[in-house]
Design a protein around this ligand. Structure first.
Ligand SMILES: [Zn+2]
Ligand SMILES: [Zn+2]
Length: 319
């Protein structure tokens, strides 16, 4: 099969061996896959990953239990043991023996075929097109914030970072009715916010007032944390969404003195993300900048690094 692999460097392989499903797994034929910031971090050495990257996709089940074969699906990325203490406690995304599709110990979806546990699959309703369904994984990560932190119409919330994830988070948070603002560098993405009637401010014109209840940091860079600290109020909450290969922790004194809650936030609920798309709460269509066939995957990675390309997709087996 065709695959993009990362072993020291990224390459396109026209004839990579097909995945062998183990007990309880299905094989999904990938239609579309999305390149996200985590994929760029993997190429820089994040998680020491070796293999086929990619964890955002929509595809068709072609092998596995008859109950699933033929269905159009998205797949949760944490593959879990169901027996460890975390799994038993209902915290399976923190399974101690987990592998993560395209991120840790398991091949991902930048390939014709990917093996995923049947348990991880969610069928995509017909009303959601492939170009939207491919965003379910990062939208779920955005939905996780409102599972972890209480946000309502009284909350003053700022999203620091107007990249791929920031724009999804802003749209999810906007639905809570909170007082919302997005801070970013890229005029194109800030304009996207304005079109969605979400207030946006460029980093340069930001006034650090320490008056926000909740600050969501999703810049993907260590400087984002400093900006978040300059905005959050005493006893407020900073939600951290960035994962970087090498980052420094700022001086914790400001966190201690102002008694800031720092909440790490990762994967989220797929059903909520699917419902948000089905209800059209979230509009992803203006976010897709370019699509490439898998053979041009390396070029797609390059394009995805350009700030003017908000989201780049790989068309692997498009319909
Ligand atoms: Zn991702
Ligand atoms: Zn487990």
């Amino acid at each position: 099969m065709r695959a993009i692999t990362f072993i020291e460097k990224l390459r396109f392989e026209p004839d990579h061996p097909e995945p062998m499903p183990t007990e309880g797994e299905c094989i999904v034929k990938v239609r579309l896959a999305g390149i996200c910031s985590t994929d760029h971090e993997i190429v820089k050495g994040y998680m020491g990953f070796r293999g086929i990257p990619g964890h955002e996709m929509v595809g068709d089940v072609v092998k596995g239990s008859p109950e699933w074969v033929g269905k159009r699906v998205v797949a949760e990325i944490n593959c879990v043991c169901k027996t460890c203490d975390m799994c038993q406690a209902g915290l399976s995304s923190h399974c101690r023996k987990r592998t993560v599709v395209g991120i840790a110990g398991r091949d991902g979806c930048f390939a014709d075929l990917v093996a995923v546990p049947e348990h991880n699959l969610h069928e995509v309703p017909e009303t959601i097109p492939d170009e939207s369904a491919v965003f379910v994984e990062p939208i779920a990560a955005a939905c996780q914030i409102i599972q972890q932190v209480s946000i309502d119409h009284r909350s003053n919330v700022v999203v620091v970072g107007s990249g791929r994830l920031g724009l999804l988070i802003a749209q999810v948070l906007a639905k809570t009715g909170c007082k919302l603002e997005v801070v970013g560098r890229n005029p194109k993405t800030l304009l996207f916010c304005e079109k969605k009637r979400i207030r946006s401010t460029s980093v340069e014109s930001l006034i650090p007032r320490n008056d926000r209840d909740v600050v969501v940091e999703c810049t993907g860079s260590p400087q984002g944390f400093d900006i978040a600290l300059s905005l959050v109020r005493p006893r407020g909450t900073i939600v951290l969404k960035s994962t970087y290969a090498d980052g420094t922790i700022p001086n914790p004194a400001a966190i201690v003195i102002n008694e800031i809650n720092v909440v790490g936030s990762r994967c989220g609920p797929f059903p909520d993300a699917i419902n948000a798309l089905a209800r059209r709460d979230i509009d992803v269509s203006p976010m897709v900048a370019r699509s490439f066939p898998i053979e041009r995957g390396l070029e797609a990675f390059q394009a995805s690094r350009q700030p003017e390309n908000i989201k780049v997709l790989l068309k692997i087996n498009p319909r």
